[in-house]
Design a protein around this ligand. Structure first.
Ligand SMILES: Cc1cc2nc3c(=O)[nH]c(=O)nc-3n(C[C@H](O)[C@H](O)[C@H](O)COP(=O)(O)OP(=O)(O)OC[C@H]3O[C@@H](n4cnc5c(N)ncnc54)[C@H](O)[C@@H]3O)c2cc1C
Ligand code: FES
Length: 542
């Protein structure tokens, strides 16, 4: 690792002094990691409650503790962890990846069981390299590192450089560790066989909305705004190769399925609605309370269970086929696709609030964005436009103890609550129909017979002193209106653009949308240059 190099580019004297000290053995390396972490968190209200002397070179650490935790008497924790920190609500139990698998497994199992899904005790494993960290993120390691979080010393260093406003570009690129380039950690697009776990109709009897739940064999690192292309017919093995290069040689024929009208030959694009992580409870987002600065260096196990919410189009070949998929069916999926919107970079900025403004099924991909933003403790307000209350209700999945029991649940609203949004103050629902508002009990901000943009404009008028960023997805006219409204308040706005797609990988140009860059008109491919596009770059008049 190029710590010396990094030290040259930071003004932090403490950091420079630490780097000068010889990292002669594992104990001095551990001491270095601890001290570096302390530089990162020193401005936060985080106390050191315990240091395990056997892990550190004592000449480098003074072993001073400045806080108390209920876990300092817990032998399984103190003997197996490296150090123990505490913020206002949470015990942060750190260990090193090189402490041995058995030791780490005991520790993470113990923390997992004593925590009982309250997320008040979390285990963080510090790895030496991004390669080790990536291995730990695989689902098959979920039993070793049960519900643990991961980071590397290099991620911490990178964050310190950022905090010191060091221009990373000045660091010679060939000497840069891959972890400095966040995109290196993203999975490349590839073909996945997915297994359908459920396909649930949502809303009233004649509703056209479904929730599709599926799992992948290999975990998938997909970012908000990215999308998947799904075969809507089961067990369709038209492409044998696993690489994107070979797929791009297959000439897509967008007209094929339109001519036959019977079966879809092309995969269809959908945004991810939400993801699930092994050993994380569904509502972890409402419990997890880690400072943004710390969350920004943490990674979880990769997700392997996903949901999409899809609308069946009246004459839609593929979406009608999707409704026929049942539990156990296998379909092909190409993912992840679309430009990576780097959320870690985005949350660095100090926003008072992030807004999502969604209409109809366009709300779906915004929910996953909220899931990720809430990991960083970002304040989110949701403005959603739906037809009526009934269109949200569905029978949610089976519980483990009652295989055949289903409970009433609401799409969008329940998940936003799971991520920690308050029904009474963070969720604004506009519905077109003038139905009985009693059914909306719990949600305070309900607007009958109204378009989502109306209460949203009103909200912005009342809160024009806040630093806001907006994301919108839904019908084109709605997004255009959101753009007009936010432009009045100088609010940076991103659109999750939808266009008809054939290949999803940039070769067919079926998905172009008109954009403006430096005053010039462009044709941008939504699958490559989007789907997240800044609203001011869209040529709304075309
Ligand atoms: C990046 C991205 C993310 C998406 N996410 C979701 C999602 O989360 N949930 C969801 O329900 N839908 C989503 N869509 C839209 C979805 O892909 C289409 O509804 C679906 O492909 C229609 O397939 P079909 O075979 O049923 O329709 P087709 O038989 O292909 O077409 C039926 C009719 O619908 C029109 N049409 C098809 N796709 C589109 C489109 N994208 N925009 C406008 N008109 C279209 C066609 O021109 C045709 O008139 C997304 C689209 C994109 C590009
Ligand atoms: S879908 Fe083919 S280029 Fe975008």
């Amino acid at each position: 690792m190029q710590y010396n190099l990094l030290a040259n580019y930071t003004n932090d004297k403490e950091f420079k002094a630490l780097v000068r000290k010889k990292l002669s053995n594992i104990k001095s390396y551990n001491a270095f990691c601890f001290a570096v972490l302390n530089i990162l968190i020193r401005k936060l209200d985080i106390k050191t409650c315990y240091l395990n002397k056997k892990c550190f070179d004592e000449s480098l650490l003074s072993f001073k503790t400045d806080g108390h935790s209920s876990l300092t008497e817990d032998k399984t924790v103190t003997e197996n962890c490296a150090f123990l920190l505490k913020n206002k609500t949470t015990n942060l139990i750190f260990s090193f990846g090189h402490q041995g698998a058995e030791n780490l497994q005991n520790l993470s199992n113990h923390i997992y069981s004593l925590d009982n899904n309250t997320f008040k005790n979390i285990h963080i494993v510090l790895f030496k390299s991004s390669e080790e960290l990536d291995k730990a993120r695989q689902v098959n390691k979920a039993t070793v590192y049960k519900r643990s979080f991961f980071t590397t010393c290099y991620d911490i260093c990178e964050k310190i450089i950022e905090t010191n406003k060091v221009d990373v570009k000045k660091i010679p690129s060939k000497k840069r560790n891959s972890t400095l380039l966040s995109d290196k950690r993203r999975d490349l697009a590839g073909l996945h066989m997915v297994e359908i776990m459920d396909n649930i109709p949502v809303g009233k009897e004649d509703s056209k909305l479904y929730k599709l739940i599926f799992k992948t064999k290999e975990p998938l690192d997909i970012m908000p705004g990215q999308f998947v292309m799904i075969s809507t017919l089961k067990e369709k093995n038209r492409f044998k190769s696993k690489t994107i290069q070979s797929i791009s040689k297959v000439k897509p024929d967008i007209h094929n399925d339109l001519q036959t009208k019977q079966i879809s030959y092309l995969k269809r694009p959908f945004g991810i609605y939400r993801t699930y992580y092994e050993n994380f409870s569904d509502d972890y987002g409402s419990k997890l309370n880690i400072e943004k600065e710390l969350a920004a260096i943490l990674y979880t196990v990769k997700p392997n269970r996903f949901e999409i919410v899809y609308k069946v189009l009246d004459r839609g070949v593929g979406t009608n086929e999707l409704t026929r998929l049942v539990k156990g069916d296998k379909v092909e999926m190409l993912a992840p696709l679309g430009k990576v919107f780097d959320v870690r970079k985005f949350v660095k900025e100090e926003w008072d609030e992030i807004h999502i403004v969604g209409g109809g099924v366009g709300i779906a991909p915004l929910i996953y964005l909220v899931q990720v933003l809430r990991f960083y403790n970002i304040k989110v307000k949701a403005f959603i436009g739906i037809e009526d209350y009934k269109s949200l209700i569905y029978k949610a999945g089976r519980t483990k103890s009652h295989e055949n029991t289903r409970r009433n649940a609401r799409i969008y609203i329940d998940d936003l609550k799971y991520f920690g949004l308050s029904e009474s103050s963070d969720i604004y629902v506009s519905f077109l129909c003038d139905t009985d508002a009693v059914q909306f009990k719990g949600i305070k901000n309900v607007f009958k017979g109204s378009l989502v943009t109306e209460p949203y404009s009103e909200y912005l008028r009342k809160h024009n002193h806040l630093k806001i960023n907006t994301f919108t997805c839904g019908p084109f006219a709605m997004m255009q209106k959101v753009h007009t409204v936010t432009a009045q308040f100088n609010i940076k706005t991103y659109v999750l653009m939808e266009k008809r797609m054939a290949c999803g990988i940039g070769v067919c140009f079926s998905c172009v949308c008109k954009t403006i860059e430096n005053g010039e008109n462009h044709n941008s491919r939504v699958c490559m240059e989007g789907p997240i596009i800044e609203s001011k770059q869209i040529n709304w008049n075309e």
